[in-house]
Design a protein around this ligand. Structure first.
Ligand code: NG1
Ligand code: MG
Length: 541
C-alpha cells in the first residue's frame, strides 16, 4: 500500500465487504443507510463514504512530534450517504441538510457563506472564498461534518464555482470521545462525501476523471480536523484512510508521510475495552492535549539549543525534526522513509541520555519536575515576546508548570518502543524468528511499558484507565495500555486467541463500571477487533 494510491471505489457490495473480510452485518448497515436516506429525503443517495475508526497499538502522543506510530483501522466505522438536492437553483449554493441516524443527534441545516471581496470596479464583486462557522467550544456531531466540508470548499471552491446543495445522512458504530477516533472517521468520511458529490472524485474509476490519492485525502483530513480546534498529528486520519485488512500500519511523518503494513503475529488478538470515562477535548484540550503539544515543542527548541542544532527564532520545530537536523536530514526529500531505522534507533538512545539535561536541578514545591513559564522562556533562548508569539499565540493553554523533561522523555522512549514493536512483528515472519509465544510476550511488554510512560511521564492516563489495564493483565493480557489521547476513553489489550472469551468475562466481572452490563450492552464496551481496511466509497444506488 502507498500514500500515492487512489481512494478505492467499490461498485458492488460483494467487492467491498470481501475487501473488509467481514460479515453480513456490515452489508446490512450499508443497505439500511441507503433505505433510510430514501425515506428521509425521497431519493437514493448518490454516494456512500465509509471511514473506519482506529486503535493505536503503540506510539502515543508522538505523531505530532513527527515520530512513527503503529495503529490499525478497526471494523467500526462511520458511513455518510450523500446526494445533491434536485432543483439546485431553489437552494443556497452548498447548503446542507444533515441528518444522523442516531436519535440523540438532531437535524442540522447550514450553508457556507461566500466571503465577497470588491475588486477595483464596483460591479466586479466576486466570491473569494467560502466560510463555514464551526463551534469549537463544544463537541457537536455536525462540527466534524463541517470540518470535512470546509476543506473541500477551500481546496476546490476558492476563487470560483458553486458547491452543490446536498442532503446527507450519517450513521456510525465508533463510540465518540473514547480514543477510537470517531472524530477522524467523521472528518475523513465527510471529506470524501463532499468531494464525491461535487464531482471531485471520479465515479467509475476508469482512471481518466478526477482522483485523489490516499496521501492527499490524509493531508486534507488532517488540516480539516484542526478546524475543530485540536492540534492533532496525522495518525488517526492516516490510519482511517490507508489501513489494510489483517495488519497494523506503521506510519511515519518525517520527512514526509509514508505508511507500510506490519503483519501481526498469528494467534494475537487485540481487545478494546472502554473505561467509560469520556474525554471531551473541546473542554479539556487547553489543560491536556494542546498543552502537551506546546510542552513537546518547547522541549524540542531547548534541546536543539543544547545540541547546537540551528532553529530559526520563528520556527516551531518538533522533536523529530531536531534529531533530523543533527544528521543533516532534509525535510520533504527521499522516499518518505528518511534516515534508516537503525540510525533513528541509535539516535533515540542518545536522546534518552541527552534529555536528562532538561531535568530541572530541583523539583518544585509539589515535587513536580516542571518549570514555570519564565524559566521555560529563559531556557529557550528567545525573548518573552518571541516565545509567546511562536508557542502560545496559536493555541490556548492553561498551566502553572511545564513538564519539558517528562514529556520529552516519554516521546523518545515511546518512539523507540514503536520501532521495537514493529521489528518484533516483522521478525515473527522470518525463519529464525522467536517462537510465536515469545513474540506476543515481547509485544505485550512493550505495551505495558508504554502504559507506564503515558501514566507517569506524559500524564495522559487516569485512575480508571490504570485500573482497567491492571485488571486486563491480571485476566491474562500479555500487555494492556490506553489507546488514543487518553485521560479517559479506551484501552487496548493483547490477548491470545484461545483466551478471548475468558478474558472478556473476567474483565467484565471486575471492572466496576461494567457491573450489570450484558449482551449487546457489554459488547459495546469490550470487544475484540480485527484490523480492517481504510476509507472507501460506493457510487450510485
Ligand atoms: P484521539 O483523541 O484518540 O482522537 C489524539 C490525536 C492523535 C494522537 C493521539 C495520541 C486527534 C484527532 N487525534 O487521538 O493525533 O496525537 O491523540 O497519540 O486529536
Ligand atoms: Mg479524535
Amino acid at each position: 500500500m502507498s500514500a500515492s494510491e487512489p481512494i478505492p471505489v467499490y461498485t458492488s457490495l460483494t467487492d467491498l465487504y470481501g475487501s473488509l473480510g467481514t460479515s453480513l452485518n456490515h452489508a446490512e448497515r450499508w443497505n439500511n443507510i441507503a433505505e433510510e436516506f430514501q425515506r428521509q429525503f425521497g431519493r437514493k443517495p448518490a454516494y456512500i463514504a465509509r471511514a473506519p475508526g482506529r486503535v493505536n497499538l503503540i506510539g502515543e502522543h508522538i505523531d505530532y512530534c513527527l515520530f512513527g506510530v503503529l495503529p490499525a483501522a478497526i471494523e467500526r466505522d462511520i458511513l455518510i450517504a450523500i446526494s445533491p438536492r434536485p432543483h439546485h437553483h431553489d437552494h443556497a449554493p452548498g447548503s446542507v441538510v444533515a441528518e444522523n441516524m442516531h436519535t440523540k443527534y438532531t437535524r442540522q441545516v447550514f450553508a457556507p457563506a461566500p466571503r465577497r471581496k470588491a475588486s477595483v470596479s464596483e460591479e466586479e464583486v466576486h466570491v473569494e472564498e467560502w466560510h463555514l462557522d464551526i463551534n469549537t467550544k463544544e463537541l457537536r456531531w455536525e462540527s466534524y461534518v463541517k470540518a470535512g466540508y470546509y476543506g473541500v470548499l477551500i481546496n476546490y471552491f476558492t476563487g470560483g464555482g458553486n458547491p452543490a446543495p446536498v442532503d446527507i445522512l450519517v450513521t456510525g458504530t465508533v463510540p465518540a470521545g473514547s480514543g477510537l477516533s470517531s472524530s477522524a472517521a467523521m472528518v475523513v468520511g465527510s471529506t470524501l462525501a463532499f468531494l464525491a458529490v461535487n464531482g471531485k472524485l471520479e465515479p467509475n474509476f476508469t482512471g481518466s476523471g478526477p482522483q485523489i490519492s490516499k496521501g492527499q485525502l490524509v493531508e486534507m483530513a488532517v488540516a480539516n480536523e484542526k478546524r475543530v480546534g485540536v492540534n492533532s498529528g496525522g495518525m488517526d486520519q492516516a490510519a482511517s484512510v490507508i489501513s489494510v485488512p489483517s495488519s497494523a500500519l506503521y506510519i511515519s511523518f518525517f520527512p514526509s508521510l509514508s505508511a507500510s503494513s506490519v503483519p501481526l503475529p498469528p494467534g494475537a488478538v487485540f481487545i478494546i475495552a472502554n473505561s467509560l470515562v469520556i474525554s471531551d477535548k473541546a473542554v479539556t484540550a487547553k489543560r491536556n492535549y494542546n498543552l502537551r503539544v506546546v510542552e513537546t515543542l518547547a522541549a524540542a527548541r531547548i534541546l536543539a539549543l543544547r545540541l547546537g542544532v540551528k532553529v530559526g527564532a520563528e520556527e516551531r520545530v518538533t522533536l523529530r525534526e531536531v534529531i533530523g537536523r543533527l544528521a543533516g536530514e532534509i525535510e520533504g526529500e527521499g522516499d518518505g522513509e528518511g534516515m534508516p531505522i537503525e540510525w533513528i534507533e541509535e539516535t533515540l538512545r542518545r536522546m534518552e541520555r541527552e534529555v536528562e539535561g532538561l531535568k530541572p536541578a530541583k523539583a518544585t514545591e509539589d515535587g513536580q519536575l516542571g518549570v514555570k513559564m519564565e524559566e521555560m522562556i529563559r531556557m529557550s533562548g528567545l525573548s518573552e515576546g518571541e516565545f509567546k508569539q511562536v508557542y502560545l499565540s496559536w493555541v490556548e493553554v492553561e498551566a502553572t508548570h511545564f513538564q519539558l523533561y517528562k514529556r520529552a522523555k516519554h516521546v523518545f522512549t515511546e518512539a523507540s518502543r514503536v520501532l521495537q514493536f514493529r521489528k518484533t512483528c516483522l521478525s515473527s515472519q522470518s525463519t529464525e524468528s522467536l517462537n510465536p509465544l515469545d513474540v506476543i510476550k515481547r509485544l505485550g511488554e512493550l505495551m505495558n511499558e508504554s502504559q507506564t510512560s503515558c501514566d507517569e511521564l506524559f500524564e495522559c492516563s487516569c485512575p480508571e484507565l490504570n485500573e482497567l489495564t491492571k485488571i486486563a493483565r491480571e485476566a491474562g493480557a500479555f500487555g494492556s495500555r490506553l489507546t488514543g489521547a487518553g485521560w479517559g476513553g479506551c484501552t487496548v489489550s493483547l490477548v491470545s486467541e484461545d483466551n478471548v472469551d475468558a478474558f472478556i468475562k473476567q474483565v467484565s466481572e471486575r471492572y466496576g463500571p461494567y457491573k450489570g452490563l450484558e449482551g449487546e450492552k457489554l459488547s459495546e464496551v469490550i470487544f475484540a477487533t480485527k484490523p480492517s481496511s481504510g476509507a472507501c466509497g460506493e457510487w450510485g444506488f
